[in-house]
Design a protein around this ligand. Structure first.
Ligand code: FFO
Ligand code: GTP
Ligand code: MG
Length: 442
């Protein structure tokens, strides 16, 4: 088994750079480690040392600690050394470590080792990636849950129901002339339904949870000059887009990420929609119209000073199938009443809190979170669960006509899929697919 090393923090000028060594020969790096001027001979498990890293061409003041196999992240012997944050120091240190026959780790190789050594299953390994990749608090919470316990509950539930059915089916295989009793049929159908119910719920989280992770898209639309860009800037708390009293100021679609009440949101400012002769403005308006298709929520802005006119109604027609929040702006200059969900003034800030509360409710209704917080984020997992679901639905549909032999084959297929899901069965290709996405050092 190889012993591997890699920086586990970015290799750049920074405060501290940490490297991790893992494998049967990890403790050989003791060759370069000194405490109070004496070479360290044995590392105590989970014990922090302050000392020096000394090789021919490099010296640094370091902190280091070791984990003894199998009680480490990878399950192997692990040493972590933390250097002053100059990449030149660490490059030199690494070169000296390579001399010990220790090689640079591939992306994700530490976590792959943790999987191969049975510290975590494949769902947990993917959760490591999801955790780092998460772009919202909810996403982090969900992947952390998965990192702790995988999807043991869900997986075991499906497995147990499959095994229950299989035991009935297999009991009859030797007596093909006999039919299942009504009691046994009911028992089997109940279990098929259990699996279908669980899987449908789980699979639906894949679509909805995408919004949590990638951000719910909120487009601000309306006529020119109603204050769309002003609202964008206000919510971003910076002057990101140009605001002016000239209608047709915004020519482009501007997209920025913000956090609204803990939710990751993509806020989209659009060009005010109108019939224009300006070539560039027309392109911007087309862009904006296309962008509307992607939006999950539309903030439709009206002008309380000017009131509603034919142009507003035309734009409204473009978004009639969307989740719309009608926002009447310029409350400070209000001249007319407008039928809307909230009145605001971007200028004074009045009403914006109410708008945020309405937005929060809308976001919550889009972002359906599974009650046990185990969301499906991985396409691989979604596809596997979907394949099982399709199989189970077929079995249910054809239960009367399927031979017991065929049924048993189908059930075994599903059980196999589950083993692939958790990694009890795997191929090198599958591991490559999963771990190639990881960064080096993870
Ligand atoms: N410096 C550093 N920070 C890190 C990590 C790391 O590996 N190194 N982690 C990861 O990248 C995460 C922490 N996860 C870890 C998970 C398990 C073990 C570990 O040694 N587990 C042993 C138990 C050791 C013990 O408590 O006795 C085991 O599971 O047997 C270490 C870190 C986040 N921060
Ligand atoms: N009095 C008042 N003026 C506002 C308010 N919000 C925006 N404005 C002004 O309205 C004008 C237009 O604002 P913008 O934010 O550029 O409007 P827009 O909807 O982005 O316009 P286009 O990009 O042309 O589509 C600017 O002069 C803003 O200062 C408000 O709440 N009250
Ligand atoms: Mg604008």
């Amino acid at each position: 088994m190889d012993t591997i090393v890699a920086p586990i923090t970015p290799l750049m000028r920074t405060s501290v750079i940490v490297i991790r060594v893992s494998g049967p020969r990890a403790f050989d790096v003791s060759k370069y480690l000194y405490v109070s001027g004496k070479k360290i001979n044995d590392f105590k498990h989970k014990y922090v040392y302050h000392g020096e890293f000394i090789a021919d061409d490099i010296k640094d003041d370091v902190i280091f600690y070791a984990f003894h196999s199998p009680n480490s992240y990878t399950g192997e012997n692990v040493v972590e050394i933390s250097f002053h944050g100059n990449p030149i120091i660490v490059q030199k240190a690494l070169k000296n470590i390579y001399k010990l026959g220790i090689r640079l780790a591939e992306p994700g190789e530490f976590t792959k080792q943790a999987f191969l050594n049975g510290k975590i299953d494949l769902i947990q390994a993917e959760a490591v990636y999801e955790l780092i990749d998460s772009k919202s608090v909810t996403g982090i919470y969900s992947s952390y849950e998965k990192l702790r316990s995988g999807m043991r509950g869900e997986v075991d539930f499906i497995k147990e129901n499959l095994l229950d059915i299989l035991s009935v089916v297999e009991a009859y295989i030797d007596f093909p002339e006999e039919d299942l009793s009504d009691f046994e049929l009911k028992y089997v159908y109940e279990r098929l339904d259990n699996i279908i119910f669980k899987l449908e719920k789980l699979i639906s989280t894949f679509e909805t949870f995408k919004y949590v992770n990638e951000g719910v898209k909120i487009a601000i639309i309306g006529k020119p000059n109603v204050g769309k860009s002003s609202l964008m800037n206000y919510l971003l708390r910076e002057n990101r887009v140009i605001v002016s009293d000239i209608p047709g100021t915004t020519r482009d679609v501007v997209e920025e990420e913000i956090n609204i009440k803990g939710y990751n949101v993509k806020l989209i400012d659009t060009a005010g929609i109108r019939n224009s002769n300006d070539k560039i403005e027309v392109i911007g308006i087309e862009f904006s119209k296309n962008k509307l298709n992607e939006a999950n929520i539309v903030l439709f802005l009206f002008d309380l000073e000017k009131g509603v006119d034919e142009d507003d109604l035309q734009i409204m027609n473009l978004v009639k199938d969307k989740n719309i929040i009608k926002v009447a702006n310029k409350l400070d200059k209000k001249m007319v009443d407008i039928d809307c969900d909230v009145e605001i003034s971007v200028k004074t800030g009045e009403g914006v809190d109410d708008l945020l509360n309405i937005l929060e409710k809308q976001i919550k209704s889009i972002v359906v979170v599974n009650e046990d917080n185990k969301q499906l984020l991985s396409e691989r997992q979604r596809d596997a669960f979907l394949e099982i679901l399709n199989h189970i639905q077929d079995i249910k549909k054809n239960f009367n006509v399927l031979t017991l032999d065929l049924l048993a084959v189908d059930l075994h297929f599903c059980l196999n899929k589950i083993s692939e899901l958790t990694g009890e069965i795997y191929t090198e290709d599958l591991l490559k697919n999963i771990f190639d996405k990881f960064c080096i050092g993870k």
